[in-house]
Design a protein around this ligand. Structure first.
Ligand code: FMN
Ligand code: ADP
Length: 311
């Protein structure tokens, strides 16, 4: 995939393309239907598929909601687009200039003249231009005038409900990982570096890799999960606790993962943690032995669940 930073490159050799527009937080079922449509059009027309990504998350700028949490980073989105065989990723800063573009300028100048867009694929609820004044219907109307064909994909429903990034955020926040994973069509994951904890894990017989928390991204509901941890091109079954370590009266949330059949130092390693299933809530035990006994039960459960997944 070609990555074009529009703030750095002037597109001398622009290629005619079919652009997929949206925010794509999570790359869920609905997003995948747009990508599929664009890839079909690519086969029919020979134009290359492309996608526009904002270098800074647009919601953060528009809402100025500092508590807004994302499902994935831009880097994850780029990797996902590449894996899906999209040919060009256009990156642009969501700055004052871009934010203030009129509907006509966005389509006629930016998409048509600057990027060489021949077709657009969007969802029904897409909005664009100054103060989100443009709708997908506007895109179609203005696009027609400059020979851009717009395809508006129907909302994807799951059990009668529209699939959306906010619905998935809600599922993750409430610990319904099973539904979130169904909507994403893959296990929900987070990424982070292994940092030092309180060095209690080894003493309990369950060392845990503590994963550094990035405030920009969503954290699943407090509890114990069966997970898969990936680093150094390998995947391992693991069980992860998200919470305040109530047994030890902890005062900050940690994400810590005990890796099965593993015994190596992985401090400072970048890991990817996939959530498969939530096992239970965190418990404040009166005795440390009770916590250990419970972790042994979690281990048995995790092994059972692990057998159901190929990784
Ligand atoms: C599978 C699993 C289940 C856990 N369950 C609980 C729990 O129910 N209550 C609790 O206080 N801590 C729980 N923990 C967190 C442990 O208290 C924590 O891993 C331990 O204190 C080690 O912390 P450290 O990494 O800072 O050394 C769990 C950890 C794991 C890996
Ligand atoms: N099976 C394992 N699962 C997780 N971490 C392990 C495992 N075996 C060894 N380790 C190493 O031990 C560290 C965790 O030990 P622990 O006593 O819990 O200390 P800390 O509180 O610093 O996390 C991990 O960061 C990792 O480097």
């Amino acid at each position: 995939m070609k990555i074009i930073d529009l703030n750095l490159n002037n597109l001398d050799n622009k290629e005619e393309n079919i652009i997929v527009l949206g925010n794509f937080d999570g790359f869920h079922m609905g997003h995948l239907s747009l990508i599929k449509k664009a890839l079909m059009l690519e086969k029919e027309t020979g134009y290359l598929t492309s996608c526009l990504l904002f270098k800074e998350h647009s919601n953060k700028l528009i809402n100025s909601d500092n508590n807004f949490k994302f499902l994935m980073s831009n880097q994850d989105k780029i990797q996902m687009l590449d894996e899906l065989h999209i040919k060009i990723a256009f990156l642009i800063s969501f700055d004052e200039n871009f934010m203030k573009l009129s509907k006509e300028n966005f389509v006629g100048n930016f998409l048509h003249k600057k990027l060489g867009v021949k077709s657009i694929v969007v969802g029904e609820d897409y909005t664009f231009a100054y103060k989100s004044s443009g709708t997908s219907k506007d895109l179609q109307e203005i696009g027609d005038k400059c020979n851009i064909k717009t395809y508006i994909a129907k909302d994807v429903l799951f059990n009668g409900t529209k699939v959306s990034s906010s619905l998935i955020r809600e599922k993750i926040k409430t610990g319904d990982i099973k539904s979130a994973n169904e909507l994403l069509t893959r296990p929900y994951f987070i990424k982070g570096k292994v940092v030092h904890g309180k060095a209690r894990g080894k003493k309990l017989g369950f060392p845990t890799a503590n994963i550094e928390i990035n405030e920009n991204y969503l954290i699943a509901k407090d509890g114990v999960y069966t997970t898969i941890i990936e680093f150094g091109q390998k995947k391992y079954l693991s069980m992860t606790s998200i919470g305040f370590n109530p047994t030890f009266n902890g005062n900050r949330i940690t994400i810590e993962s005990h890796i099965l059949d593993f015994n190596e130092d992985i401090y400072n390693t970048e890991v990817k943690l996939y959530f498969l299933q939530r096992l239970r809530s965190n418990i404040k035990f009166n005795k440390i032995q009770s916590l250990i006994d419970q972790m042994k039960k979690d281990l048995i459960e995790t092994k059972k669940i692990g057998k159901l997944y190929k990784f």
